[in-house]
Design a protein. Structure first.
Length: 63
């Protein structure tokens, strides 16, 4: 079975807030899974999100 993460753990792995994880899930239509009353995200979906967002245009350098 593939590794699944809570939104809090996903946020820690991505070094962003839980609010940002929720926004990214919505923005990029990342599937979520409910286990009991808890929301989970698959490792492979997080990997896709990371790969999808890596771009030189995303890097904001001070002017």
């Amino acid at each position: 079975m593939e590794q699944m993460y809570s939104l809090k753990t996903a946020a820690q792995l991505l070094d962003v807030s839980v609010k940002t994880v929720r926004r990214l899930i919505h923005q990029f239509n990342i599937p979520t899974y409910t286990v009991g009353s808890r929301i989970r995200v698959k490792q492979s979906d997080l990997d896709k999100l990371i790969t999808k967002n890596l771009s030189i245009m995303d890097i904001h350098l001070p002017v």
